[in-house]
Design a protein around this ligand. Structure first.
Ligand code: HEM
Length: 497
């Protein structure tokens, strides 16, 4: 969900952030550089991965950032992988000594380990805004508890049915409006996907129906999300300060919803009115978790964080899939046939589509899988070692970061034939549950929203390809600080009816 490493500071502020971070790290670096040099002479250093800390002060951050802005962000890792002859190497990024891994097995081991070895690491502005009780930052039993509760709900057939019905209801007027615009109408898919997915997931998270309150929440959320990519300075007037204020306003609204739900739950409990109703949103799930740890503040913080995939990751997945299909007519044709067949079958039977129908479209799922592989919406995740950890013979010293870089694994020609060509058919024979395919992370923090992301993308694709033909206009992918389409993926639509 989170745009962990992808959610770095915004382009305009980025260089300043890098310089400030670097300056902040300077003292530490100067003090520790000689110490580290001495360390490398010691026996322990032999177990460190090969590599270089780059320049004093900034390490290798500037090269990382300049590659990240290019169309081949993986060049930073790939160059060093060749240079050092190892897919695991050491570097110095964003003010911290870092082990970078593009080795599928080492990455898997890091993802599988728990807070006794590694804890999540995020840039300061992100931790400030997410708050200390965010699922992305908490560890140990509390993380497992929150993950278990929301994960079970996100995977539940009830929520999938609710999301499916909601998406269908919400897409119908959107498609009708595009039809009314006449042949050749241009729509920016990314904007529409953001709007629709946000509304549907907000309903699933906090139970709020689409309307003026959701619109207000979306506005506040947009104010909040830009701060995730800002200088970590909290003074009035700064970007981070304004985002924190927006978060406070969202939290007030969400906490009033929580209190109302708690009040109703109490009335039901005291009336002893039979078995409790099944949860309709993530708040219901967390308040029925009856634990003192699950405070209103923790719940509202997490609901806000969970809006990030609703506004960002899932809509970008949809947009990238449409871009890839627009560039691969064979795949588009096969996807269209598969979806038309389903539509005809359901119409003949007089039935509406269920979530299981969408998820059973095997080629559509291969298209989504291939989009996830190539798109790398989350290009990697960062952890910090809480003690010396050794993985496959590589030492990651206590206090160092480890950057698990999915992107290079997903584009490795030893793991994928012609990794830069969009080839959904490769997934006919290939398993998605391997260490060489981790768009949703892995281990205890494996994304609990992965089914929902696939389901929403399938529903959007189904309704688009069964209702319209399109020609895509020129656009290109920006990979940094977040993955997105520069122009929002404009497509020129012609209705099939
Ligand atoms: C294309 C869409 C998505 C992608 C690529 C994605 C990716 C990821 C990744 C890589 C992680 C692991 C982070 C880590 O290990 O630190 C993660 C965690 C998480 N995701 Fe997603 N995600 C997506 C959609 C969603 C959705 C739709 C939801 C729910 C509404 C969601 C909820 C979460 C949560 C709660 C976590 C934290 C799990 C934990 O730390 O225990 N994600 N996601």
């Amino acid at each position: 969900m989170p745009d962990t490493v992808a959610l770095w500071p915004a382009p305009a502020a980025l260089w300043t952030v890098v310089l400030v971070t670097a300056a902040g790290a300077a003292l530490w670096t100067l003090l520790s550089w000689s110490g580290r040099r001495r360390d490398t002479k010691q026996e322990q250093a032999a177990r460190l991965p090969p590599g270089s800390f780059g320049w004093p002060l900034v390490g290798e951050t500037l090269d990382f950032v300049s590659c990240a802005y290019s169309s081949r962000p993986e060049a930073f890792v790939d160059k060093r992988r060749l240079l050092h002859g190892s897919a695991v190497f050491r570097s110095h990024l964003f003010g911290s000594a870092t082990v970078v891994t593009s080795d599928a097995e080492v990455s898997r081991a890091v993802l599988q380990s728990d807070a006794r070895a590694f804890v999540p690491w995020y840039p300061r502005s992100l931790t400030e805004l997410m708050g200390k009780s965010s699922i992305l930052l908490i560890n140990g039993s509390l993380q497992r508890r929150v993950h278990g509760l929301v994960g079970a709900f996100f995977k539940s057939p009830q929520l999938k049915a609710q999301v499916t019905a909601g998406m269908q209801r919400r897409l119908a007027p959107a498609l009708a409006a595009w039809r009314e615009m006449g042949p050749g109408a241009v729509v920016r898919i990314q904007d529409h996907a953001k709007e629709i997915v946000f509304e549907i997931l907000v309903k699933g998270l906090i139970g709020l129906e689409a309307g003026p309150e959701t619109q207000q929440l979306k506005q506040q959320f947009q104010e909040f999300i830009v701060g995730l990519m800002s200088l970590p300075i909290k003074l009035p007037g700064t970007r981070l300060y304004r985002s924190l204020q927006a978060k406070k306003r969202m939290a007030r609204l969400i906490q009033s919803i929580i209190q109302e739900k708690r009040r109703r739950l109490k009335v039901l409990d005291s009336g002893g009115e039979g078995p409790p109703a099944p949860p309709r949103d993530a708040i219901d799930v967390l308040i029925s978790g009856s634990s003192d740890e699950l405070t209103d503040e923790l719940i509202s913080d997490n609901m806000i964080d969970l809006m990030i995939p609703a506004e960002d990751s899932v809509p970008v997945l949809i947009t990238l899939a449409i871009k890839s299909l627009s560039e691969c007519s064979l795949a588009l044709q096969q996807l269209e046939e598969e979806n038309m067949q389903l539509k005809r079958r359901k119409t003949d039977m007089g039935e509406t589509l269920q979530w299981t129908d969408y998820m059973s479209l095997s080629f559509t799922q291969h298209v989504i899988t291939e989009t996830l592989r190539m798109g790398n919406i989350i290009n990697g995740i960062m952890r910090k070692a809480v003690r010396d950890v050794e993985v496959k013979g590589h030492l990651i010293p206590k206090g160092w970061c480890v950057f698990v870089y999915f992107r290079s694994v997903h584009l490795d020609d030893k793991l994928y034939d012609e990794p830069y060509s969009f080839n959904p058919w490769r997934w006919k024979e290939k398993d998605t549950s391997t260490s060489s395919f981790t768009p949703f992370g892995g281990g205890q923090r494996l994304c609990p929203g992965l089914d929902l992301a696939r389901l929403e993308a399938s529903i959007f694709l189904h309704h688009l390809v069964t209702s319209f033909r399109w020609v895509a206009e020129e656009d290109h992918i920006v990979n940094f600080p977040t993955v997105r389409l520069k122009r929002g993926m404009p497509i020129r639509l012609t209705s099939k009816d």
